[in-house]
Design a binder for this molecule. Structure first.
Ligand SMILES: [Zn+2]
Length: 80
């Protein structure tokens, strides 16, 4: 598993860790019971990404990648 600030590209798989800081969480992922695994489908610039999860689309920024705490997006698989 790769964790860090690697540059994302279309086709990469990302994982959003569980929200362990809150027992009851109403975020996009918890509320919808997502498996938290997404596929990167759009790269706007070096700082804005779109990924599709089992529950729908979610946008995030480069600052969210590998960051500690809630929504610290991790890269689990690199696309071609
Ligand atoms: Zn949550």
């Amino acid at each position: 598993m790769k964790i860090g600030n690697n540059f994302l590209k279309i086709g990469d798989m990302v994982w959003v860790p569980e929200c362990i800081e809150y027992k009851i969480c109403a975020c996009f992922f918890c509320l919808n019971g997502s498996n938290r695994v997404g596929l990167v489908t759009h790269v706007d610039s070096e700082s804005t990404f779109t990924a599709w999860f089992d529950i729908g689309k979610w946008d995030f920024s480069r600052e969210d990648i590998g960051r500690d705490g809630i929504f610290g997006v991790e890269i689990i698989s690199e696309g071609w």
